[in-house]
Design a protein around this ligand. Structure first.
Ligand code: FES
Length: 158
């Protein structure tokens, strides 16, 4: 049995794309915008309605880095650990963020406010070390600056 609310939301998305398998990426993108990740139940429903094997949907969902199969927090915090950022202290910045949020990289805070991730170069090395939150770049981040940045997003709340 599907959750009625979830089913309705996914149904609206499928309807928007004319129940076309060829639009599967856009469908999954919309599902992710709706739920902030790709719930298994939503993927099952898509699979059933489009008559598309779950294995195929999973292979798409895992191929694209932008998709997440796990619940994510309201704010996505990404710490760059590429070479330029690393030599300028990114590991210490990450340590401080992990300490502050009480989670390790790859996890989401219990209040679902933050998800913490790392990447290997964001292509903006001149700003190293970089922390990106919700697409907003915070360059030359120091351990001391971390609290100011996190405070700002905590105030925005959930
Ligand atoms: S190494 Fe961090 S942006 Fe390039």
């Amino acid at each position: 049995m599907y959750n009625k609310d979830l089913m309705k939301k996914v149904e609206n998305i499928l309807h928007k794309y004319g129940y076309q398998m060829s639009h599967i990426i856009q469908i999954l993108q919309d599902v992710q915008v709706e739920f902030n990740y790709l719930p298994k139940e939503a993927l099952k429903y898509v699979s059933q309605r489009l008559k598309m094997p779950m294995s195929k949907i999973y292979s798409i969902a895992t191929f694209y880095a932008g998709f997440s199969l796990n619940p994510r927090g309201k704010h996505l915090c990404t710490v760059c650990l590429g070479t330029a950022c690393h030599v300028r202290g990114a590991a210490n910045v990450l340590d401080r963020i992990e300490e502050r949020l009480g989670i390790k990289s790859g996890a989401t805070t219990p209040d679902k406010l933050f998800t913490l991730e790392t990447v290997n170069c964001l292509g903006a090395c001149a700003l190293a070390p970089i922390v990106v939150i919700d697409g907003e770049y915070h360059g030359q981040t120091t351990v001391n600056k971390v609290d100011v940045v996190i405070d700002k997003y905590e105030k925005k709340g959930s």
